[in-house]
Design a binder for this molecule. Structure first.
Ligand code: 13P
Length: 258
């Protein structure tokens, strides 16, 4: 059985390695008693090497991810971090195309596409973020299809099973409007994405694709997005920085997924 995905995006937090280790350890402790969820923590680059082993005696129950990567594996690119570096450090996942990177760092569908391909090449699983802005709600289908079409250009069907697509409506992210996105609304976006995959690839790809939801997810509502297996998991920002709240999310999703 495929496990429900719970991915934490810490964004530019916390500010010390001690806090990062404590947060990680706390999630790790909860995950050890869970059977039906796969928990991934996407930490800032600087903490990744500190977090990768988890408790020494048992090995960690939490998978590691990064929040971005470069599209080349090495070379003279000052300040960049490559997918192969992340892989060698023990990362399994990498977020690509988050709306905050699109907004503040000029990320485009073209650069997202290069990063997705480079991540695959290094053996990482990309978490590809798509989502419409508030004033794009009326044209959500066009917006999502364009992001998907350009972001996945040249990505073969065989790779899609290793891809996570994160639907994150920009207006629902806590640092933006933080408006409530109902599960039904997220399910309709899920359907747009599935239909796109069916059209561009085939039914098997569309059926198997792992699509998750992100945007102000907390312990109360996390489970609603995965009911009836509609979505494959959640991407959690702010609530993942609160050990108790994140623990609640893990426990509730584990119980629902059993
Ligand atoms: P919040 O959960 O803080 O709304 O963040 C969502 C997000 O952007 C995760 O990538």
């Amino acid at each position: 059985m495929t496990k429900t995905l719970i991915i934490a995006n810490w964004k530019c937090n916390p500010v010390s390695v001690v806090e990062a280790k404590n947060l990680f350890k706390s999630a790790d402790g909860v995950v050890r008693n869970a059977k039906n969820v796969e928990v991934v923590i996407c930490s800032p680059f600087v903490y990744l090497s500190e977090l990768k082993n988890g408790p020494k005696d048992q090995g960690s129950g939490v998978a590691l991810g990064a929040q971005d990567c470069f599209w080349e594996q090495k070379g003279a690119y000052t300040g960049e971090v490559s997918p192969v570096m992340l892989k060698n450090l023990g990362c399994k996942y990498v977020i690509v195309g988050h709306s905050e990177r699109r907004k503040y760092f000029n990320e485009t569908n073209e650069s997202v596409n290069k990063k997705i391909k480079a991540a695959f090449e290094a053996g990482l699983k990309p978490i590809f973020c798509v989502g419409e802005k508030h004033d794009e709600k009326e044209i959500i289908k066009e917006v999502l299809e364009k992001q998907l079409f350009e972001g996945l250009a040249g990505v073969s069907a065989s790779k899609i099973s290793d891809l996570i697509i994160a639907y994150e409506p920009v207006w629902a992210i806590s640092s933006e409007e933080g408006e409530y996105c109902s599960p039904e609304y997220a399910f309709s976006a899920n359907l747009i994405i599935k239909k796109f995959l069916f059209k561009e690839y085939d039914k098997t790809v569309a059926d198997k694709a792992r699509i998750i939801y992100g945007g102000s997810v907390d312990g109360k509502d996390a489970g609603l997005y995965i009911k009836e297996g509609k979505l494959a998991g959640v991407l959690v920002g702010k609530a993942s920085l609160n050990a108790m709240e994140f623990g609640k999310i893990i426990k509730s999703m584990d119980a629902i997924s059993s």
